[in-house]
Write a protein that binds this ligand. Structure first.
Ligand code: ADP
Length: 265
C-alpha cells in the first residue's frame, strides 16, 4: 500500500485534510450547562491546523468539558462545533461518526484494554473502525511504539508496564487512528512524579516531529510553554486571555492570569 511509512514520524501524521494554517476546529457561541450551572458560556474559539494549543486555568473552569465536547462524550446546549469544515454539532449521527474518526484523545487514566497485548491495544481500532488489514496495522503499531520508546513491549500486557509506559501506549493508540487533532486531557496528572518527564518528552517529540494539531489541557506549565503555539487562559467558562506562551507566561495582561500563574508556578 502507498500508505506504508518509512519512518516513525510519518506514522503519526494526519490521514488527510487540514491544510496547514487553515482552521481545523471551531467552536461558536458554545454554551454548556449541567443543571443550572453554566460551565461554558457562549464560548468562541478556533484552532488552526498544525497548531498546538494549550488550555490553562483553575480547576472547574471548563477546560476538560471542551475536550469532551469535541470527543462527543457530551453535547452542547447551544452553539456550533466544526471540525475540518464539517459540522460536528449539531449534525446527524452518521456525520458525527465520520468526523469523530479525525479526533484522537488521551485521557488522564489511560484506559488500555487490560486483556490485550500492547500491540493489540494499538491495532484494534484501526482494524475494526478503519478497516485496515491486520498486517498493515501491526507495521504501523510497531513504528508508533518506536516513536514512544516502547518498541520492546509489543507482547507485554498493560499490567506489566509502569503508569508512564501505559500512558505512552495510550498515546500510540490514539495516533494509530491517524487523527487530525489530538486531544490531551491532563495526561500526566495520574502518574507518579518520576514518570511524568518521560511522557512529556514523548509528547514534545510528537509536537516537534509531526504536523498533528494538538489541543491540550495541562497543569504542567513548563511543558505548556515548550510545546504551545498558543495558550488560552480560562476562568469560569470563558477565555480570559490568549496569546503565545512567552507572553502569557512572561507578561500576562490580566490580573486573573497573574493570580493563577503565581499560584501554580
Ligand atoms: P476543568 O477541566 O477546567 O477542571 P471541567 O470542564 O472538568 O473543568 O468542569 C467544569 C465544571 O463542570 C465543574 O464545575 C464541574 O464540576 C462541572 N461538570 C463537569 N462535568 C459534569 C457532569 N457530568 N455533571 C455535572 N457537572 C459537571
Amino acid at each position: 500500500s502507498v500508505d506504508t511509512m518509512k519512518n516513525p514520524e510519518d506514522a503519526a501524521g494526519p490521514r488527510s485534510g487540514g491544510a496547514a494554517g487553515g482552521e481545523l476546529v471551531r467552536l461558536e457561541n458554545v454554551t454548556k450547562r449541567f443543571g443550572d450551572h453554566t460551565v461554558l458560556d457562549g464560548l468562541d474559539f478556533s484552532v488552526a491546523a498544525g497548531r498546538h494549543v494549550t488550555l490553562i486555568g483553575p480547576s472547574g473552569s471548563g477546560k476538560t468539558t471542551i475536550l469532551r465536547l469535541l470527543m462527543t462524550l457530551t453535547r452542547p446546549d447551544e452553539g456550533t462545533i466544526t471540525v475540518d469544515g464539517e459540522q460536528l454539532f449539531p449534525a446527524p449521527e452518521k456525520q458525527v461518526r465520520e468526523i469523530r474518526k479525525k479526533i484522537g484523545m488521551v485521557f488522564q487514566h489511560f484506559n488500555l484494554f487490560p486483556n490485550m497485548s500492547v500491540l493489540r491495544n494499538i491495532t484494534e481500532a484501526p482494524v475494526t473502525v478503519l478497516g485496515m488489514s491486520r498486517d498493515e496495522a501491526e507495521v504501523r503499531a510497531r513504528e508508533l511504539l518506536e516513536l514512544v520508546g516502547l518498541a520492546d513491549k509489543c507482547d507485554a500486557r498493560p499490567s506489566q508496564l509502569s503508569g508512564g509506559q501505559q500512558q505512552r501506549v495510550a498515546i500510540a493508540r490514539a495516533l494509530a487512528m491517524r487523527p487530525q487533532v489530538l486531544l490531551l486531557d491532563e495526561v500526566t496528572s495520574a502518574l507518579d512524579p518520576e514518570l511524568v518527564a518521560g511522557v512529556l518528552d514523548v509528547l514534545r517529540d510528537i509536537a516537534r516531529s509531526t504536523d498533528i494539531t494538538m489541543l491540550c489541557v495541562t497543569h504542567e506549565m513548563g511543558f505548556a510553554r515548550d510545546i504551545s503555539d498558543q495558550v488560552l487562559m480560562f476562568d469560569a467558562g470563558r477565555v480570559v486571555e490568549s496569546g503565545p506562551p512567552e507572553r502569557i507566561f512572561g507578561d500576562p495582561e490580566q490580573e486573573r492570569t497573574r493570580e493563577f500563574l503565581s499560584a501554580v508556578l
